[in-house]
Design a protein around this ligand. Structure first.
Ligand code: NAP
Length: 243
């Protein structure tokens, strides 16, 4: 049976990069919350590469929708080999005293509880097949903390703790859990940055450029597949040497 990969938040950005990297390795379930058109465009690109792909709208912050996403993957393709918890939001950076409970709650609902919900939904299946890979998309800010990014950094640090704990807990069940921690990547998430700000950041990055969705997508694909069969509990930083 072909492998099946669920990638949350894969209509665009890093999730799309992961989906394109996995296109020739099995069936892909793309997830989006609003952008059906972009999700369909990405699905078409995957089909052009010969992959089987379906799209599914779900807000991963709501358990019932996350469960429906996993159920859809299993009923459509018959299995789930890997789950990529990629869907995430990043509020514009502001000092901590300008943040409020509502903002912290929404960021944690998507970035942390989104991963919790999808993992909870997929685990009974992965445990029964005694095999699986879960990849969480964290951030360098989750490792080091970013000034004026307390809420985002905290949510991404939570994913690192989640990854390490779950890797130990699930190893006896044959399930690997890893994370990627990207630096600054060319996606809509960074649209708020001015040209000058981008140039200043690039000057700090030893490789001299922002990352692409392909740069991160291929790491996620590696962690999803058996090529990384002896790796679990790992956080792979991919930031061009920045942090
Ligand atoms: P992006 O371009 O803004 O794309 C976000 C994706 O998440 C879209 O597919 C969006 O769907 C989806 N999404 C948002 N909220 C969702 C929800 N509640 N349920 C389901 N899907 C949802 O973001 P990105 O830059 O690719 O970021 C992807 C991940 O990488 C995030 O976890 C982010 O924190 C992390 N990351 C990004 C960077 C960077 O520099 N870009 C660096 C480090 C880590 P719609 O298209 O339908 O809105």
């Amino acid at each position: 049976m072909d492998k099946t990969f669920i990638i949350t938040g894969s209509s665009r950005g890093i999730g799309k990069g992961a989906a394109l990297s996995l296109a020739e390795s099995g069936n892909i379930v793309l997830n989006y919350i609003k952008n059906k058109e972009m999700a369909e465009e990405t699905a078409e690109k995957i089909r052009e590469k010969g992959g089987k792909c379906e799209t599914f709208k779900a807000d991963v912050s709501i358990y019932e929708e996350a469960k429906a996403l996993v159920d859809f993957a299993i009923s459509t393709f018959g299995n789930v080999s890997a789950l990529v918890n990629n869907a995430g939001i990043a509020p514009a950076p502001v000092p901590f005293d300008m943040t409020d409970y509502a903002q912290w709650k929404r960021v944690f609902d998507v970035n942390v509880f989104g991963a919790f919900n999808c993992t909870k939904a997929v685990l009974p299946y992965m445990i029964s097949q005694k095999k699986g890979s879960i990849v969480n998309v964290s951030s360098v800010w989750g490792m080091t903390g970013g000034s004026c990014e307390a809420v985002y950094s905290s949510s991404k640090a939570a994913l690192i703790g989640f990854t390490k704990a779950m890797a130990k807990e699930l190893a006896p069940s044959g399930i690997r859990v890893n994370a990627v921690a990207p630096g600054i990547i060319e996606t809509e998430m960074n649209n708020h940055l001015s040209e000058d700000e981008i140039e200043a950041i690039k000057a700090e990055i030893p490789l001299g450029k922002m990352g692409t969705i392909e740069d991160i997508g291929k790491i996620i694909a590696f962690l999803c597949e058996d090529r990384s069969s002896y790796i679990t509990g790992e956080i792979i930083k991919a930031d061009g040497g920045w942090i």
